[in-house]
Design a protein around this ligand. Structure first.
Ligand SMILES: [Zn+2]
Length: 69
């Protein structure tokens, strides 16, 4: 199963260990965690297990909560 596509996250927001995500696959809210390298957030949908990733980089969204696509 391929990870759902999620936009990148602005480094200014990436200081948080967790990122809130609305999983459109199951219409449910969940959280994904920052990886050890601090390069992206990653985690599974709490209901179906579809993994989502969000890169941390310049030009990413500055929102602290966003939807999977
Ligand atoms: Zn799901």
């Amino acid at each position: 199963m391929n990870p759902a596509s999620v936009r990148s996250v602005d480094p200014g927001v990436a200081g948080r260990r967790w990122l809130g995500v609305w999983f459109t696959c199951c219409h449910t809210y969940g959280r994904i965690s920052r990886n050890r390298d601090g390069t992206m957030y990653e985690g599974p949908c709490p209901k179906c297990g579809t993994r989502v990733r969000a890169k941390i980089g310049e030009g990413g969204t500055s929102k602290r909560f966003f939807k999977t696509q």
